[in-house]
Design a protein around this ligand. Structure first.
Ligand SMILES: COCc1ccccc1-c1cc(O)c2[nH]cnc(=O)c2c1
Ligand SMILES: [Mg+2]
Length: 208
């Protein structure tokens, strides 16, 4: 049967990127998405870099592109936990993360965010996160944010970074973080990855 897009993306990484070189993995995926096939990677425009997180949670791994983008900047000892519901995507992402040589910084967990968010303390020994990147199902952004609050995983200053707040759009989440007294929120206008369509990131700081 015909290969899948994630499989073709992985092949492009293994063909064009250097093992152990995260930047070459990112460039290979950007090139694949610009010149071969669009894929829902956050892309090379939507970036927020002034954070120095030690404990990062990513909701929605897909093929591991944003995982590599974030994990390559983490200092020794810092950790990124990434949750992916789709087993096929998780299998590809593991190989992309390994090709980048970032397996020591990244823990990829296959399963539903609502099942794993309550288990961060007992399973990973994590009390609170410094940064949470939301890039999974748009109807899960708000319930998962409320679940993270309820599980005590957000501390004063935790940054929530949400992709696709315009396209496909997450209106209920935006309304919440922009009107809640517990968040200071701002919008970073950009474009849907590799296209001219408007999209952007919402950065929301939890105020405790
Ligand atoms: C499967 O839809 C692909 C698509 C089509 C048109 C517009 C946007 C998107 C899109 C873009 C993204 O960055 C995404 N990130 C995470 N989970 C998504 O479902 C997602 C969807
Ligand atoms: Mg996205």
């Amino acid at each position: 049967t015909r290969s899948t897009r994630p499989q073709r993306l992985l092949k492009a990484v293994q063909k064009n990127a250097t093992r152990g070189d995260p930047q070459s993995v990112i460039s290979a995926i950007d090139h694949f998405c610009r010149h071969s096939e669009w894929a829902m990677n956050i892309g090379d425009e939507k970036v927020v870099n002034e954070l120095n997180p030690e404990k990062v949670l990513e909701l929605g791994t897909y093929c591991g592109y944003s995982t590599v983008r974030i994990a390559r900047l983490l200092p020794p000892g810092a950790r990124l936990i990434t949750l992916e519901f789709n087993g096929d995507y998780a299998a590809i992402a593991r190989q992309v993360i390994a090709w980048a040589g970032l397996e020591d910084k990244v823990q990829l967990v296959e399963g539903a965010s609502e099942d794993w968010i309550p288990r961060m303390k007992e399973h990973f020994g994590i009390e609170t996160f410094d940064l949470v990147f939301l890039d999974h199902w748009k109807d899960r952004y708000l319930p998962d944010t409320k679940l993270m609050e309820d599980c005590g995983l957000l501390r004063k200053g935790t940054v929530l970074l949400a992709d696709n707040v315009i396209c496909p759009g997450v209106p209920d989440y935006l309304q919440y973080v922009r009107n809640s007294l517990s968040y200071k929120s701002c919008y970073f206008k950009s474009h849907l990855e590799y296209t001219k369509a408007e999209d952007g990131l919402e950065k929301s700081v939890f105020l405790g």
